[in-house]
Write a protein that binds this ligand. Structure first.
Ligand SMILES: C[S@@+](CC[C@H](N)C(=O)[O-])C[C@H]1O[C@@H](n2cnc3c(N)ncnc32)[C@H](O)[C@@H]1O
Length: 276
């Protein structure tokens, strides 16, 4: 890991006065704009019920200004936001336990953590406050818009998608996040060498992820030998290559949805690819 400057700790008011004009105090996005609501794009999330607890709401009040980035279409300057740290985008952090743990375990990596789920926003902020983490920014809203409109090319050192909504019914497969058109959005945003890490407990989605990621000549599977499970049929790969799943990396903590999947007897697959 390269040594990088820490993000300076600032009170909300200090951050405001130090912020350049391009970064006014971020407004918490309560809902998508009318335009975002109507446009055609992958809708990979499902509205989830769940009221915020008082603790989550207070954390949102206290710390949104410090950590929050609204997904409103405004281009971001990641060097400014993260004080020069390399930045990994995590899409769909849920309640944020894994995000907080990975951020604390590696302060040299910035994490731009995106989700639409409001209680999760408050929950993650509470954990960042608790840990004093300075290497996370919370992007509130649809990560598809973030990728499409707000991130510069070659700006990401990594992408994490852990236990994305599996959309099991065939009529909903078009809503799966990891599909060819999503990769078209992602690839230009990845810097050479960027790590793409997906994990899922839904076997058919794991197969789809393998097919989509393996089909890109711009990505290299770091575990072409596989982990001994879930290999695709060789007939799918007339050139003789048989892409494989990665052994579970010990630096990925068990996530909340992963625990639920394991309790149901699901097999978990990790996929690790590198941008050439
Ligand atoms: C099944 S949950 C998994 C949460 C967490 N990663 C875990 O493993 O416990 C999937 C999460 O992805 C979020 N999500 C799905 N599509 C998204 C998108 N396009 N932008 C932001 N968040 C998204 C959902 O709101 C949800 O919180």
């Amino acid at each position: 890991m390269t040594a990088t400057a820490p993000i300076p700790q600032q009170s909300p008011s200090a951050r405001l006065s130090a912020a350049p004009a391009a970064y006014p105090a971020p407004m918490y996005p309560h809902k998508a704009t009318e335009e975002q609501h109507r446009e055609r794009r992958i809708r990979s999330f499902q509205p989830r019920r769940g009221r915020m607890t008082n603790a989550q709401a207070s954390a949102l009040d206290r710390s949104w200004e410090r950590y929050g980035v609204p997904i409103d279409g405004t281009p971001l300057d990641l060097a400014e936001l993260f004080g020069g740290l390399p930045v990994t985008l995590e899409i769909g952090f849920g309640m944020g336990e894994t995000t907080a743990a990975m951020a604390a375990a590696d302060p040299s990596m910035g994490i731009l953590a995106a989700d639409v789920h409001t209680p999760g926003h408050g929950n993650l902020l509470g954990m960042l406050e608790r840990d004093g983490s300075q290497n996370v920014r919370l992007a509130a809203g649809d990560a598809v818009i973030l990728l499409r409109d707000m991130l510069p090319d070659a700006s990401l050192a990594g992408l994490r998608v852990y236990f994305a909504d599996p959309w099991p019914k065939p009529k909903h497969h078009k809503r799966r996040l990891v599909q060819a058109s999503f990769l078209d959005l992602v690839l230009p945003r990845l810097a050479p060498g960027a790590l793409v890490h997906c994990a899922t407990d839904w076997e058919p989605y794991a197969e789809q992820m393998l097919e989509v990621l393996s089909a890109s000549p711009e990505l290299e599977n770091l575990h072409p030998e596989g982990d001994g499970t879930g290999w695709l049929e060789p007939a799918d790969h007339p050139d003789g290559s048989v892409p494989g799943y990665a052994p579970r990396p010990d630096w990925r903590p068990v996530t909340k949805f992963e625990r639920a999947g394991i309790a149901k007897g699901h097999v978990v697959h990790d996929l690790l690819f590198r941008r050439r």
